[in-house]
Design a binder for this molecule. Structure first.
Ligand code: AKG
Ligand code: FE2
Length: 402
């Protein structure tokens, strides 16, 4: 069934009768003057307008935004700031109360190609690496199906987490995909129907409670302030929530990193590689990284909630050739992952399925603390005086700014 119009707002299960948990301790926004990235803001409630011109302008604005940088702020998407802060409070409670026994028992295993469960602050493998100061708890479908896979401290709130993920995936994400389908001049349900994985509250994707501890000097020495490498997300839409500690940076057309500014309550949406390929390069997968925040925020913990939307794993990565936009204007293949994908396909090489693509990247994550591989001659190359990381997955080269 399509989303109702006007879209119903989020109505979470009640928190009454549950134990009290502390409110989210919101760190202060930076006072320092930064050259923040300029992002377009999408008012999602306008999709319900009865005026076709309003809706059309909205679609055109999104078309421009995702061609330029692939990042958008979204407001009026149906979740109030209080409801959002409740989710942050639950995530904070989770990280403060998950027991030692659960940290062991629910420890993740990225070498299997999924990030299910608990990430210790020691890198992107099951085995302990150098300290990176990033903790996660990741909820995939098995976590939603089996309560034993969830830390006990959040059992009472699990109905709220589930309802939130369902709303974000099946209402907010779906409405955003409607707009993207319209940009491709396809029917409203096209991307949702043909590419979005739908089972459970997050499909084949996942919800993450991330906690970035203040950057330790030993980590900084190895990583030079980097907390997550420059990357594109590999899937469909990533739904992030704007947070006060400015660490997320995006790579601009002028080849510079800029912080994304805090907009209380806003959703920050970025596009993954599957969407870039599906759109024949008309949408840009967002190049972004996580970096040490401005000076006045370095002592604060950074809590970040993310929902990674995912494509149907069994599908091969391929453009939607039905799109009148692609038929009329052809591919946009001068850069990025679509360019490489096209080179590969044109050479008659087998392209990976969506599952292979995402699992290959999860299995083989690189540490920011890895001083052996993070150098020119190993994973890095210098192009026009700028450093890029260069890696290969399924024979396809992935080139990203450091
Ligand atoms: O925490 C953030 O703001 C972004 C994290 C991110 O880019 C990712 O995990 O893919
Ligand atoms: Fe990302």
């Amino acid at each position: 069934m399509p989303v109702s119009k006007p879209a119903a707002p989020f109505q979470p299960p009640s928190s009454e009768g549950k134990c009290d948990i502390p409110e989210w301790e919101i760190p202060p926004a930076t006072q320092l003057d930064h050259d923040f990235a300029e992002l377009h803001t999408l008012d999602l409630s306008l999709l319900d307008s009865d005026d076709p011109k309003v809706v059309d302008d909205l679609v055109q604005m999104v078309k421009t935004a995702i061609k330029e940088d692939g990042f958008l702020y979204v407001k009026n998407y149906g979740v109030s700031i209080e409801q959002l802060h409740r989710q942050f409070a639950i995530a904070q409670y989770n990280h403060r109360n998950i027991s030692e026994e659960e940290q062991e028992r629910l420890l993740w295993h990225p070498e299997t190609g999924v990030y299910s469960g608990y990430k210790r602050p020691y890198g992107w493998k099951r085995e302990k690496q150098a300290l990176d100061g990033i903790k996660h708890f990741n909820f995939y479908k098995p976590e939603f199906d089996e309560i034993d896979r969830i830390p006990e401290c959040i059992h009472p709130f699990f109905d709220e987490i589930t309802a939130f993920c369902n709303y974000m995936s099946k209402s907010v994400n779906r409405r955003l995909l409607t707009i993207l389908s319209r940009v491709l001049e396809l029917d409203d349900e096209f991307i949702w129907r043909t590419a979005q994985s739908k089972q459970g509250p997050t499909g084949e994707g996942y919800f993450r409670h991330a906690l970035f501890q203040p950057l330790a000097s030993e980590t900084k020495e190895l990583s030079k302030g980097l907390r997550m490498h420059g990357h594109c997300d590999f899937g469909m839409l990533t739904l992030l929530f704007s947070v006060p500690v400015s660490s997320l940076q995006i790579w601009g057309a002028d080849e510079r990193w800029r912080y994304v500014k805090y907009e209380p309550g806003a959703l920050v949406v970025n596009l993954g590689e599957t969407l870039e390929i599906l759109s024949g390069g008309h949408f840009k997968a967002t190049r972004h990284r996580v970096f040490e925040p401005p000076e006045d925020q370095r002592a604060f913990e950074r809590l970040s909630l993310v929902i990674f939307q995912s494509s149907i794993g069994d599908l091969m990565m391929q453009p939607a050739m039905e799109s009148p936009l692609i038929q009329r204007e052809g591919f946009v293949n001068y850069q990025g992952c679509f360019k490489e994908y096209k080179r590969f396909r044109d050479a008659g090489m087998p392209v990976p399925s969506n599952r292979q693509w995402r699992e290959g990247q999860i299995k083989d994550g690189r540490e920011v603390t890895d001083v052996v591989n993070n150098q020119v001659g190993k994973d890095r190359v210098e192009i026009n005086g700028k450093l890029f990381s260069k890696r290969e997955f399924f024979g396809m080269t992935v080139l990203l700014p450091v």
